[in-house]
Design a protein around this ligand. Sequence first.
Ligand code: UDP
Length: 253
Amino acid sequence: MDKRKKILGIDVDIINKDEALEIFKELMGKEGFDMIVTPNSEIIENATRDAELAALISEAGLIIPDGIGLVYASKILGYDLSERVTGVDFLTEILAYLSDTGKSIYLFGSKPANEETESVADMAASKMKEKFPQLRIAGTHHGYFKQEDESAIVSDINASGADFLCVALGSPKQEKFMKAHASEFTSVRAGIGVGGSLDVWAGTVKRAPEFYQKHGLEWLYRFAKQPSRWKRMLRLPVFMGKVVFGGRNTNNL
Ligand code: UDP
């Protein structure tokens, strides 16, 4: 795809929401399993040091740049990323499409049930059904499993007959899971790694208020809420520094 460009040597698709949706629909219409990834600057930075992750990203059917860091990077590199498509928002678009077309989704990942609450995936499923009453949820599974449980989870996904898979294990675990089992999926046509989005749907993690979203300050809000993430946050200025000082000179655009 000619819209596929490189940021720090890692592939991303420079597309707006409508273009992303068109590609998504194509993936849903064709045979085989395709992966959708929504890398932010932290994931791109990780991928520069993780060849397996870099390859996974470039093999994806759709690579949606997520986060303000990639918007700025695109501007610096002269790419026309006119509209920002966040992973959480794109998931909502996907749910609307699935609901309209009668296709089903399987939610895999996030915290299991405990004595007080059902699993995050089940809570997210209820909230999704509230917003999209026609949406078919084929199944759910929490994301805290041992490696030997993986084939049973894949069997459950296949038995559910789901058309689409949503994987919330954090990156790069979610992408590596999809890649490892891509050839085993029977009904699933595409899957997306959504990080903490099921928590946002379930209401267990609050999304930043609109003000922060509009001004590209979601990182600041998350920092205020979870100061323990400060080390991860430092990756943003590191990433920007690499784009500004490395991007133009090293011809890795
Ligand atoms: N998670 C999981 N299994 C694991 C580790 C994490 O299901 O072994 C879930 C976790 O509960 C959360 C999501 O993966 O719902 C990752 O959240 P995080 O905010 O770290 O993701 P990010 O979007 O920052 O990659």
